[in-house]
Every structure is written in C-alpha cells, then in structure tokens.
Design a binder for this molecule. Sequence first.
Ligand code: SAH
Ligand code: SF4
Ligand code: F3S
Length: 436
Amino acid sequence: MAPKKLYIKTYGCQMNVYDSERMAEAMGGEGYETTERPEDADMILLNTCHIREKAAEKVYSELGRYKGLKAARPDLKIGVAGCVAQAEGEEIMRRQPMVDLVVGPQSYHRLPEMEAKVRTGGKALDTDFPEEDKFDHLKGRPKAKRGPTAFLTVQEGCDKFCAFCVVPYTRGAEVSRPADRVLTEARDLVERGVREITLLGQNVNAYHGHDGGLAGLIHALAEVDGLERIRFTTSHPNDMDEALIEAHGTCDKLMPYLHLPVQAGSDKILKRMNRQHTAEQYLRLIERLRAARPDLHLSGDFIVGFPEETEADFQATLDLIEAVEYGSAFSFKYSERPGTPAAERPQVPEAEKDDRLQRLQALLTKQQRSLQDAMVGRDVHVLFEKPGRLPGQMVGKSEYLHAVHVETSGIVPGDMARIRIESSGPNSLKGVMSPL
Ligand code: SAH
Ligand code: SF4
Ligand code: F3S
C-alpha cells in the first residue's frame, strides 16, 4: 500500500517546531510520510500558536483555505494541534466543523489512536495534561540522517504567570525531562549528523532535571563527542543562577549568545507585568554575564503598549535598550489575551502602540546592524548548514548566530571553519576562509 501523506504547518515558537517533528515521527509509525503539499495530503495538521490575537486568528483563515480540498476529498482529515488547540478545544470544531481532530501540546503522543478514530468517521479531541511522559511514547524515531542543527526540548510549561501571557495556560506547569533521557536523545541526534543543539524550554533555565540545574545539564552535554555547540532558549532573568552565568565563561561549547527577554524598562510596567524584577536588577545581571563572557551577544523580547504604559514608561524601555545594546531582538505590540489579567486593564490606543513599536524597532535595528557591522575584519567560527542562493556559496551561522555566506568549494553542511568576515549586508555577513 502506498504510504499516506501528512502535511504539517507549524506556527509559533521553536518548541512547536520540535513538537511538529515528534508528531511526524509518531504518525510515521502509522504509515504516514510527510509532504510539503497540502493538496497531496491524507491528513493536514496545523500546529498552532495562541500568543497574540493575530497568531490565533491565522489558524481560522488557514482552515478556510482547505475548504475546497476537503469538499473534493471528504476522506482528507484535518487536525489542529498546539496552543490554540489547548486554549480553544471544542470551540474550534464549533467554529470550523470540518476539523476532525483537536490535540493539545501535552497529549500529542496519543495522535495515532486519535487518527484511527477519525479514520472511521469520528471526531477526536484531547486537551488533557496526562500523567504519563509524552516523550517516552515517542521513542523509536527513525535513524534518518538530519541537518547539523537541532532543537531538543528539555523543559516545558511555565509557572511565572506574566500578566499578558497565555503560555502557563496552554503549556501547563513547569516540567523538566530527566537529564539521562536528554543525553540519550542528544547522542542519538549527534549520531544522525547534528553538531549543534538548542535546548528548549518555555523557561529553560528553570530546568531541574539535573542536580546541577541547566548548567549541570550543559556541562554533561559538553562531554558528548561530536556535539560542537550548545545553545538554550528561552530564559527568564530570575532563573539565571550563578552556575549558569559561570558556564558562559567556562564551557567552550556553550555559544556566546543569550536570549534573555526583559519585555519593558519601566519598573511600574515590569511590576504590572508580574515579571518579579526591576530594570536595574536586569542590568546588573547583564553585567555579571558579560563579566563571565565579555563577547556575549544578547537578544531580547519587548512588548510596547502594555496597559497603562505612558510615554515616560516607554522611554524607560528605550533607555534600557540603549544601556544593554542588543545583538538582536523581537518586539511586539501588546495583544489582549482572553483570561489573562492584563486584558482587564485600561488599554493603550492602537495608534500609540504603532508609533512606539516603530520607534523601538528603529533603535533595535540600529543596534543589531552596528553589532553585525562590527564583525567585519574579525574571525568567527561558522557551522555550515546549507548551500546559499548563489552557486558555489555555503551559508552557516557564527557563534553569535549571525548568518555567514562563504563562496567556497569543498565545504559541506555540518563542516565548521574559521572565517574572516569581509562585509556586512542587511541580514547577513560575507567572509572567506581565514588565512590563520
Ligand atoms: N518564555 C517564553 C515566552 C513565550 S512568548 C518562551 O519560551 O519563549 C514569546 C514572547 O511573546 C514574549 O517574550 C513576549 O515578548 C511576547 N508576548 C507574550 N504574550 C504577549 C501578548 N499578550 N502580547 C504581545 N506580546 C506577547
Ligand atoms: Fe509567558 Fe512569562 Fe512564562 Fe515567558 S515567563 S512563558 S512570558 S508567563
Ligand atoms: Fe505560541 Fe504556544 Fe509557543 S502560544 S509561542 S506556540 S508555547
């Protein structure tokens, strides 16, 4: 029998990317192969994000697009997974009756049973937070070769309850995977060609699956032969403990790049966001990190137009950004999320949010560009990932996560080389093999 085809579309954060891979593997056991074309699929699965209103609404417009396909082929099954599935559950089927299956991020190991149910014409809904470990049910992944970089979820869920955020509701309470399982998965990835692993968690530095916390896990991973680079994301400032700060100075495989969201620079707003730290505490933390690793590049997330944010509050965010100098950043207009405390507060007018976002992004882009330009003339280490757009070109990432293009023959994905940076473009660097 020809294999059935699964089309997965992934929205949201890196954890969803990881989860989509796991779902594809779980369905692989049921005879499904993945396809890039929804029109060829026997099952379409949207792995969704609920973080902002726009992200959630995308799901419904995407579902609308599949109406024709479903009408032409009634045996096409359509599923919604991820954080919208968790947040809206049955409501999705009510709004879009052609959806056959809804599965939350903590129960997707049950996909095979759910698929069997919808195959016989039923509907399936599972948004439980089950006791069993979903990762244990996802063993037996095929040993196929893979690219040089991979994500690996080590921690999931969040107990922080920032006043704007849905993640504690969609992903549930903080859970850490035991270190031995993480190490086994990492070794397996390395055997399949992976050179760089990014450890994932909604609050990855709250990881406690190793006696030594996340720092302990990183040091243990650094012992894995063939694994060259370790990164981790996303961290909360309050969980950056001494050992983890130190690891940035002592662990060669830990890359000098840290995503450390602060969201805002005004203490009034930080308090209302329930971030549990001040702007000054964040700046002191950055100082300690830079003392451990002077060339550390920082990245952050920012929200503008949080309820009751004044121009002076916004200015405090700009001041904090000036003080830190970010290598890259993500910034968003505050989006009201049903059920979160901030949604009940007096809102900032949309035009004001637009204006602040523009000003914030102008500053962040300027900083990003100047740190990138400062790479010209320096040597960096590049892990090559794939051919570039021009013939004979390869592209990879430096330790600072800058994309670097090199014209060269004889380099294949997975190779690492010392590259001298010659020029800096809008989104990437160009270099040549270093003469050293
Ligand atoms: N700690 C998490 C954060 C997830 S959300 C992680 O693992 O990535 C990613 C970013 O989205 C947050 O840092 C925040 O800047 C932004 N965000 C979250 N809720 C938001 C909302 N209601 N409106 C606008 N931006 C939001
Ligand atoms: Fe959301 Fe805050 Fe938890 Fe990050 S730390 S996932 S922003 S509640
Ligand atoms: Fe979105 Fe869920 Fe990730 S809401 S950002 S997909 S944890």
